[in-house]
Design a protein. Structure first.
Length: 612
């Protein structure tokens, strides 16, 4: 078998990932070295000032400290489970001085962090300082896990991983079992076909789920059906939020889920199926806790006896861990989280990767190395992976494993083609441009609208008003203040047109989207200052395209910002972002932008013409 194709592909990807790593590290070091503390806080990589709360040993026998401080805007906050952190103090002359204490985030909310420290002494060091702060250090561990996975796949000579490498990236064909289709009367034909493809797949299958087509519903049903045939499966996604979402759906179906890593949305339901909470709830945990406490007490006086008790404690900890895995039907974690030491040496028959079109190929290989077959679910016509190095992105780093497979092996792909979210008119342009016109609207949503005889799509052309965009140096973003004021005016008048009472009574919700964060922040400020909109603030969400991924609203207003004579539209050329933004709308879509600037690009010209 000629393996050159797969190895060359992996080696190229590794080289591009190395470029991304070096660029990312350089940017982070520059950011950390030259930004003020206030700017770091605003960027979501720092919290200051902080206060130290209680410290204790957690259920995994790690020494942790609680830290209290308000974070920044939730979308921009980068403190999450597993991230490494450093501490600093600020002198009375505002000089920032590092403290030689490092830690790792175990748990994060908007105003509290729980950080794992190297030892109890580290906590005493921190308590000796005033005017403390905490900041993220560069995330080496994620890159290390990706490089290790790539190297393992590149150098494998035989076995199941070798076969998967050649099927996914080489010329070896994927295999399928043959049996009569399983019927799912409560699903549509395309969803039923996708699940049967998954059940028959020996090696790989892809569920291609455009917006509103019930991808998660289909994936949950496929996992549930797979568990009739297998004792346990591994479920992964790129982000904690995506892992949480699918985990919740599985829990609602009565599936026993073991969540490795902490959830991003903190509530009791989410926490109850994390490994840490399950570990604490085990009947043998109290015994283990007592043994650990004895070890710490004996360590000062009788090390030999302490080591003997420690050995028994480790044996009991292993028993508890194995029982938790044995009783779980689904193990769920992020792609990088699959490198967690809890999963060392474990193998799974099936791996399900949700939001696979947003995941770097290298990250996907981490869990694939633990599995015999893989099922991808996602939509490569929506948001791609986030790449920071332009040269690496241009050279193909953002070209995902799911995308490569879809192009090279269409037999493993099943398209979901009935959407349940949008009015047919809103769906149609997206369907024709991105999905070869293959989507249809379900009968119950085809003609849905907020008002009778209201056009579902409307472009408000700002060209006659001569609005101007501004470059924001701090964020390297753009803002269009006059356009933002027009957006608020459109929102205000449309709510008035529907009727204030009806909007409240029927809980009609609104989403305002801009691809530029500077515009998002300015729009939020305008809404907060607007007296007419004050009663409806809970029903209005303002966010970037990324922040709206996976969400939907009755009414969506998109502010495109760009307005110039040259037709420069920057990263609005990333049309998949626009696809996400447009397809968030259930009933009404407003696009607000300068038609003269935007229609110099063929996509926006076609969109403008279709809406006109």
């Amino acid at each position: 078998m000629n393996t050159d194709l797969s190895i060359l592909s992996l080696q190229k990807h590794r080289d591009l990932l190395q470029m991304e790593y070096e660029y990312d590290k350089k940017c982070f070091e520059h950011q950390s070295g030259f930004m003020s503390v206030d700017k770091k806080v605003a960027a979501g990589i720092c919290r200051y000032p902080i206060s130290i709360g209680r410290s204790y040993y957690n259920s995994l026998d790690q020494y942790v400290v609680e830290i209290h401080a308000r974070g920044c805007d939730e979308e921009d906050d980068h403190f999450e489970y597993g991230r490494s952190v450093d501490f600093f103090t600020v002198s009375m002359t505002d000089e920032v001085r590092p403290i030689k204490v490092t830690g790792q985030v175990s748990y994060a909310t908007a105003d509290t962090l729980v950080v794992v420290l190297p030892s109890r002494d580290s906590s005493l060091v921190l308590e000796s300082y005033d005017r403390l702060g905490i900041q993220l250090s560069f995330d080496e561990s994620s890159y290390r896990a990706m490089f290790e996975a790539l190297d393992r796949v590149i150098h494998v000579k035989d076995g199941r991983l070798f076969d998967l490498r050649e099927i996914l990236l080489g010329n070896k064909e994927a295999g399928f079992l043959q049996f009569s289709p399983v019927r799912f009367p409560w699903l549509n034909a395309s969803q039923e076909k996708a699940i049967n493809l998954i059940l028959r797949a020996k090696d790989v299958a892809i569920v291609h789920g455009p917006p509103g087509t019930g991808k998660t519903t289909t994936l949950v049903e496929a996992i549930y059906e797979t568990l009739r045939r297998e004792s346990q499966v591994l479920v992964c996604a790129q982000s904690n939020m995506a892992v949480d979402w699918i985990s919740e759906q599985l829990v609602d179906r009565g599936v026993n889920v073991l969540r490795i890593g902490n959830p991003s949305r903190v509530n009791d339901k989410m926490l109850s199926y994390t490994y840490e909470r399950r570990f604490e709830s085990h009947p043998q945990y109290a015994t283990l806790w007592g043994m650990r406490k004895t070890v710490r007490e004996l360590y000062r006086t009788n090390k030999d006896k302490a080591m003997a008790v420690k050995e028994k404690a480790e044996s009991l900890e292993y028993e508890i861990r194995e029982s938790l895995f044995a009783e779980s039907r689904v193990v769920a974690c992020t792609l990088v989280g699959a490198a967690n030491h809890l999963l060392y040496g474990r193998t799974f028959q099936s791996l399900f990767i949700d939001e696979a079109a947003q995941a770097l190929e290298a990250a996907c290989w981490i869990p694939i190395t633990k599995c015999h077959r893989v099922i991808f679910a996602g939509d490569h016509q929506q948001l791609p992976p986030t790449i920071k190095c332009f040269e690496a992105e241009k050279a193909g780093l953002s070209h995902t494993l799911m995308e490569k497979l879809t192009e090279r092996k269409p037999s493993v792909v099943s398209l979901l083609n009935v959407q349940y979210r949008m009015n047919e008119s809103i769906m149609r342009f997206s369907s024709e441009w991105f999905y070869d016109g293959q989507l249809t609207a379900a009968d119950e949503v085809r003609y849905r609208g907020v008002l009778d005889y209201e056009k579902p799509m409307e472009w408000v052309n700002t060209e006659p008003f001569d609005f101007s965009e501004e470059y924001v140096e701090q964020t390297a973003g753009r803002v269009n203040r006059q356009e933002a004021e027009l957006v608020i005016s459109v929102l205000e008048h449309f709510i008035e047109k529907i009727g204030f009472h009806r909007v409240k009574e029927e809980k009609i919700d609104f989403g305002v989207i801009s691809p530029y964060k500077a515009q998002v922040y300015y729009l939020r400020r305008l809404v907060n200052q607007n007296k007419v909109l004050k009663p409806f603030r809970r029903q209005i969400t303002i966010n970037s395209v990324d922040g709206f991924q996976g969400q939907e609203r009755d009414v969506i207003i998109i502010s495109l910002v760009r307005s110039n004579d040259e037709g420069n539209i920057g990263f609005l050329r990333e049309l998949r972002r626009m696809n996400v933004a447009m397809t968030r709308a259930r009933m009404k879509l407003f696009i607000i932008g300068n038609a003269s600037t935007l229609t110099k690009h063929p996509f926006y010209r076609k969109l403008y013409e279709s809406m006109e």
